[in-house]
Write a protein that binds this ligand. Structure first.
Ligand SMILES: Cc1cc2nc3c(=O)[nH]c(=O)nc-3n(C[C@H](O)[C@H](O)[C@H](O)COP(=O)(O)OP(=O)(O)OC[C@H]3O[C@@H](n4cnc5c(N)ncnc54)[C@H](O)[C@@H]3O)c2cc1C
Length: 440
């Protein structure tokens, strides 16, 4: 039998339109590998839940062994390649690139595109920092040379005996996540089909509007963005297709600004007078927050805890935070409104919000989360201007006019708390804080 090829699965947990898998199949027998990486930022708990089930679905559909190991891929992948006498291939990711470079050097691995519609170095030599020109250029690239998704290949399994499986524990709220989510390639394709049938009604502003619900499927690569893009173009769903390019844009920016999850993109925000700057906390580092060392009695900690648990006294914010906890998802508009409340009205640093979303969103991804938090806070590329502070009361009137979203996630208004901050006063305070840095 010819030498096997290891397909190192990462954010591409699918068989269809998987360039690395197709490439490996054409060479001979295939063995799948997933590494639960212990280097870099650990995956959040809700996303880890999704990942577990997505890997189980992949294992069921992949007609080849799927080895799961935990550790440093720079050690694991070359070792396994040596043991099996195997070649290595993968689909590219746009972060942790130093790790991939080392593994490539050690194994001669071959990489392929497929996580994004466009490569970060392809749309323009000088990367765009503003979305609209990026969108126009990327759309032209995609319309001039439409992507051509690959079919599911005919896979020959490598004969390696029983595959190792590593199964991390489920988070405490997994039962509730399971009620609202179905991970896996089959579910992703079903979801796309359902959405395309309703895509004429796409509206990502109204809180009861139709959206695709595809973000966690795209996050874990259970369906390729190329397949989703072509379905959208076919259906004439342009407003939706435009959102897909926000995803590419966030990843392109993250590729060029890899410390986006910890540092203000617009450095004048380093001087902003946040109530609580993460690296001002004794013992904390950029990589990890030392929550245990903080004073739980401090006002800003109480405020953060109230925001996390949906008890700020602002109905739209609290409904959103409860939706997040119950489902691992949150409507995009409510993400913006609750993020604005935390960073602007409560004056708490955006990294605390980013960290919470990282842990509780099933679609949490390194680029989209950091990019959007900095967008909300005003400190990012093409960000909402700082003085654009969402008023959560008028936002609710406009986008949830019958109150059905709030009623769904916040039915228990009897013991409902008073707002922790006055909407108007806290807005004015935020604007004064911004005045201090705006001309720097
Ligand atoms: C503070 C904040 C944090 C966020 N964190 C994440 C995150 O960790 N992961 C994530 O996938 N999205 C994130 N988003 C973007 C957006 O809220 C979700 O992608 C969207 O709500 C998912 O629902 P949907 O699949 O029904 O979206 P649809 O409206 O159907 O959009 C289709 C797809 O386009 C992409 N998309 C849409 N809006 C955005 C956007 N603003 N930025 C990047 N991609 C976008 C997603 O892949 C989405 O599935 C965040 C937004 C905010 C304001």
């Amino acid at each position: 039998m010819s030498t096997p090829t290891i397909v190192w699965f990462r954010d591409d947990l699918r068989l269809a339109d998987n360039a690395a898998l197709t490439w490996a199949t054409e060479r001979g027998p295939v063995v799948g590998l997933y590494v639960h990486e212990t280097v870099g930022r650990g995956i959040g708990r809700a996303a880890a839940w999704w990942l577990r089930h997505s890997l189980d679905a992949l294992r069921e559909s992949l007609p080849a062994p799927l080895i799961e190991l935990a550790g440093d891929p720079r050690e694991i992948v070359p070792r396994l390649a040596r043991e099996l006498g195997a070649a290595v291939t993968w689909n590219r990711r746009y972060h942790l690139t130093d790790i991939d470079a080392e593994v490539k050097e050690a194994t001669g691995a071959v990489s392929h595109p497929g996580y994004l519609l466009t490569e970060p170095w392809d749309v323009r030599a000088t990367p765009y920092r503003v979305f609209t020109p990026f969108f126009n250029a990327a759309r032209s690239v995609l319309l001039d040379a439409p992507p051509t998704p690959l079919p599911v290949p005919h896979i020959t399994p490598a004969d390696i005996g029983p595959a190792t499986v590593y199964a991390p524990a489920e988070p405490a709220w997994a039962a509730s996540l399971a009620q609202h989510n179905t991970p896996g390639e089959g579910a992703a394709r079903e979801q796309l089909k359902r959405f395309i049938a309703a895509s004429a009604d796409y509206d990502n502003n109204a809180l009861d509007g139709v959206t695709s619900g595809l973000s966690p499927h795209l996050r874990f690569g259970e369906i390729s963005p190329a397949e989703v893009w072509l379905a959208a173009v076919d259906a004439g769903a342009w407003a939706f297709a435009r959102q897909l390019l926000w995803r590419d844009f966030a990843w392109h920016r993250y590729y060029h600004v890899p410390d986006m999850a910890t540092k203000n993109v617009r450095r004048k925000f380093d001087r902003f007078d946040w109530e609580w700057t993460p690296n001002a906390v004794p013992g904390s580092t950029d990589a990890a927050f030392a929550h245990a060392e903080m004073d739980p009695g401090a006002q800003h900690m109480k405020e953060l805890a109230a925001w996390q648990s949906g008890r700020t006294g602002i109905p739209l914010v609290d409904a959103g935070m409860r939706e997040l906890w119950a489902t691992g998802r949150m409507h995009n508009r409510v993400r913006m409104v609750s993020g604005s409340w935390l960073t602007k009205n409560l004056g708490i640093h955006w990294r605390h919000g980013e960290e919470w979303f990282w842990d509780t969103l099933v679609d949490a991804d390194a680029a989209s989360n950091a990019f959007n938090w900095q967008w909300v806070a005003g400190s990012g590329d093409d960000a909402a201007p700082y003085f654009r502070i969402f008023n959560p009361l008028t936002q609710a009137e406009k986008f949830d006019p019958h109150g059905s979203y709030v009623a769904r996630w916040l039915p228990d208004t009897a013991d409902y708390s008073e707002p922790m901050a006055d909407v108007k006063q806290s807005r004015l305070r935020a604007l004064v804080a911004y005045d201090d840095i705006k001309n720097g």
